[in-house]
Design a protein around this ligand. Structure first.
Ligand code: ADP
Length: 302
């Protein structure tokens, strides 16, 4: 069993010719509201890949919050831990995608800010009973730290995707079994700029020094630097035509934990996650881009 703890966002996406300057009004197009949020994306990825997935989160009592719980159910996610916060909007991201392919994003936590240590009291038993707990950093640290401590005591394996980047306490890092930063996040956590294999291993060693056994630094299209017991290797990704990399990291994490739940060796679990993430970058949006198990199996069989 897998438990994911994390955020839910409504992504309000607009295509723009360029980013408006202060005081300027521009005509955008193709307005879409797409389900997102790192926690939700990772839970959806795992569930679509057939992991037995429960989700701990807070949504608002708005139309999006009501609908998204139904969507989660349709993806076979156990939503007992998805709380609805009265008189509160669901978390949002305002996303502008320019014609040159750059994006500009502003997020507001809203209901996600309610996922505190007190709010997850009723979820601790499900964390204790899980084989893996997967978390990110878009919800309050007190809730994340509480969940990590409870998991550690119960020998539930803890996977942390430390995104968005921020510094973390040694106490929290000591509870983590597998960490999956990208290059920016690895630098914020360790102070080491990742530019090549040597610096990736240095950053990994710094994280091993905090008590984390397995470090996977994601390198975008290049793949992942996997380090265990101070020894690292590059696990290359798949080459695809990238259309939109939104949720690539989330799809990677959801797929990775699915592979680990199925007791795949680390390198095979990473290959599986690379395939799922590669498919997601060929499609637009967050949860709209996450593939099913059949699609990933077909991709790997090619
Ligand atoms: P994040 O999106 O969190 O910054 P990365 O950019 O490192 O994370 O990407 C995470 C994973 O997504 C990579 O390890 C890889 O599997 C996949 N990925 C990302 N970008 C591409 C791409 N352009 N082509 C193929 N796979 C990609």
């Amino acid at each position: 069993k897998l438990v994911v703890l994390g955020s839910v966002n409504a992504d309000h996406v607009l295509q723009v010719p360029s980013f408006p300057r202060p005081g300027e009004t521009l005509h955008g197009r193709n307005y879409q509201v797409i389900p997102g949020g790192k926690g939700a994306n990772q839970a959806v990825a795992a569930a679509r890949l057939n992991a037995d997935t429960g989700f701990i989160a807070c949504v608002g009592d708005d139309a999006f919050g009501i609908n998204i719980r139904e969507n989660f159910k349709m993806d076979n996610i156990n939503i007992r831990g998805v709380k609805m916060e009265p008189n509160c909007p669901t978390g949002i991201a305002m996303i502008q995608v320019s014609d040159s392919g750059e994006n500009s994003i502003c997020i507001s936590a809203e209901a996600n800010a309610k996922l505190t240590a007190e709010a997850i009291e009723s979820d601790l038993e499900s964390i204790r009973n899980a084989k893996y707990l997967l978390m990110q950093l878009e919800t309050p640290l007190c809730g994340i730290e509480k969940a990590a401590q409870v998991a550690k005591q119960a020998r539930t394996n803890v996977i942390l995707n430390p995104a968005p980047a921020r510094e973390l306490s040694d106490e929290l890092l000591a509870c983590i079994d597998v960490i999956t930063p990208n290059e920016t996040e690895a630098e914020v956590l360790t102070g080491i700029t990742v530019t090549d294999n040597e610096s990736a291993q240095e950053a990994a060693n710094a994280l091993h020094g905090k008590g984390i056994e397995i470090v996977m630094i994601t390198l975008g299209a290049k793949g992942v630097w996997l380090s265990q017991n101070g020894r690292g290797t590059l696990i290359e990704g798949f080459r695809v035509e990238a259309l939109d990399t939104t949720a690539a990291g989330d799809t990677f994490n959801g797929a990775l934990v699915t592979g680990l739940l199925e007791d795949l060796p680390l390198e095979s679990a990473i290959k599986f996650a690379h395939a799922a993430a590669a498919i997601s970058v060929t499609r637009f949006g967050a949860q709209t881009s996450i593939p099913s198990r059949a699609e990933v199996d077909a991709f790997l069989a090619e």
